[in-house]
Design a protein around this ligand. Structure first.
Ligand SMILES: Nc1ncnc2c1ncn2[C@@H]1O[C@H](COP(=O)(O)OP(=O)(O)OP(=O)(O)O)[C@@H](O)[C@H]1O
Length: 450
């Protein structure tokens, strides 16, 4: 008969695996580490003796959110939770951890075991892969974005005026900033001006500045945005909204590279790169006589068109990831991603507000999401609504009452009998749902599933 494997052999087995393993007693005192745990944490078994597991990990999960505490409290294992630990050199190490309860021969709980994998290499590879899909802060893997990434360094190097066209929220200002940061002017200022935000008279003094007495309130002189941008770049957003009179003045500035503050007769030379943006079709405005043709040709020396997000859906998963990372850092959270159904919904949605809208959707979900993944119920109702729209399926030609019954029972089926979630799917108050269910004699327990 084969004998039992001696304990010392268990240690050899534990030391031969790549995953870090440690065990703790019920007071979180470390009982042992394997060789991989020593390597990943940079701590020795001698150091660990008598210390607590939170001394070893110093992770943001330590404390209330501690996985091993959860396991010891609930008896349930935690599987593949991602977090960061601090190693002996105080470096952040990304890890994926799992936990389980340890029992003695009589089945009594005597402590817990935690296994953890070092994800540094995996993250490094991901970063390398991602670097192909990013240009500074701009993310994109669609062919359209990859093409823009190729041209951006060349455009940044030149000093020519650039026209960026794209719907609102496509990232025009982000591109303009990137062009500035990558140019020889990066030490100068990047000065944005939203031409649609100010009335014409104010915009003129904003552009060119003024001298005392130029108008009633002008007590002192003030530099305009063009002067502020001297040796840097000026970004004129919503250029299609400026008046004809201002278009004439702007054309002169671009031709002569000098500005004349209001109330002054002397012009000042300026060395500025001009980047303009519009969410309108400037060519159409020219055809309609609303935008000067000569100014149009002066500003469209180089034209970049940023497609709306619905025309480059390949970018959506990457952008979601980008914004999740951004908000994890800003809000010190640890959200790992979105569920499959959320990903499907977010990649099929049309985004009238483009990337800004997607960013807002993720930011909003961060407010409501308490777990590791963003779920359907964390999305705004207009995104969840398709679920209600699809609820009826092909049940046309029903009476209003029958339709209500069909909708409610379908919502209960989808939400496994959960009345609050069903109310959310239907876009009504839980109390309204309870009332309707009572009137229609629908029993939610019939749909209840674990
Ligand atoms: N490709 C991208 N990668 C990462 N972030 C992006 C990208 N495109 C846009 N964003 C982000 O989306 C938000 C909106 O972008 P931005 O303000 O540049 O848009 P815009 O086209 O200038 O909008 P508007 O026309 O309304 O002024 C910003 O927070 C920006 O950082």
């Amino acid at each position: 008969m084969a004998g039992r494997i001696p304990a010392v052999h268990h240690n050899i087995v534990l030391d031969s695996i790549n995953e870090g393993v440690f065990t703790v007693d019920l007071n979180w005192t470390l009982q042992g580490l394997n060789a991989a745990a020593e390597k990943i944490t940079g701590r020795t078994r001698e150091w660990a003796r008598g210390r607590k597991c939170f001394d070893l990990f110093q992770s943001r999960l330590c404390g209330e959110d501690c996985p091993i505490r959860q396991t010891l409290t609930t008896g349930e294992p935690v599987v593949n939770r991602r977090t960061y630990i601090l190693n002996a050199k105080e470096e952040c190490v990304p890890v994926r951890i799992s936990t389980a309860v340890l029992h003695d021969a009589e089945g009594r709980t005597i402590g817990g075991v935690e296994t953890f994998q070092d994800l540094s290499e995996v993250e490094k590879l991901c970063r390398e892969l991602k670097s192909h899909y990013t240009f500074d802060d701009i993310v994109g893997r669609s062919p359209a974005m990859q093409h823009i990434f190729e041209t951006l360094p060349l455009v940044a190097k030149s000093d020519s005026t650039v026209l960026i066209e794209g719907e609102s929220g496509t990232g025009k200002e982000l591109f303009a900033r990137t062009l500035h940061n990558r140019s020889r002017r990066c030490r100068g200022q990047f000065v944005p001006v939203n031409c649609a935000a100010l009335p014409d008279t104010l915009l003129e003094s904003e552009f060119f500045g003024y001298e005392p007495g130029a108008f009633t309130d002008a007590k002192r002189s003030r530099s305009g945005r063009f002067e502020l941008a001297h040796c840097g770049s000026i970004f004129l957003d919503e250029i299609g909204d400026i008046s004809q009179a201002l278009q004439v003045r702007l054309l002169r500035v671009l031709q002569e590279r000098s500005v004349e503050p209001l109330g002054s007769e002397k012009s000042r030379n300026i060395d500025v790169r001009v980047i303009v943006a519009t969410n309108q079709n400037l060519k159409n405005l020219v055809e309609q006589g609303l935008f000067r043709r000569d100014l149009y040709y002066r500003i469209r020396v180089i034209k970049l068109r940023i497609p709306p997000l619905r025309e480059r859906r390949d970018d959506i998963p990457l952008l979601i990831d980008h914004f999740i990372n951004k908000f994890n850092q800003l809000q010190d959270k640890d959200i790992a991603g979105v569920t499959d159904s959320v990903m499907n919904r977010l990649t099929e949605y049309d985004y009238p507000g483009n990337v800004r809208e997607l960013e807002n959707i993720v930011e909003r979900a961060f407010v409501f999401c308490q777990g590791a993944l963003i779920e359907m119920r964390h999305l705004p109702s207009e995104l969840r609504d398709t679920q209600s729209r699809n609820l009826l399926g092909d049940k046309q030609g029903l009476t209003l009452k029958e339709m209500e019954r069909a909708l409610i029972t379908r919502a209960l089926q989808i939400n496994k009998g959960h009345r609050k979630n069903s109310a959310r799917t239907l876009g009504i108050n839980p109390s309204t749902l309870y009332r309707k269910m009572k009137a229609l004699e629908i029993d939610s327990f019939a749909y209840w599933q674990d």
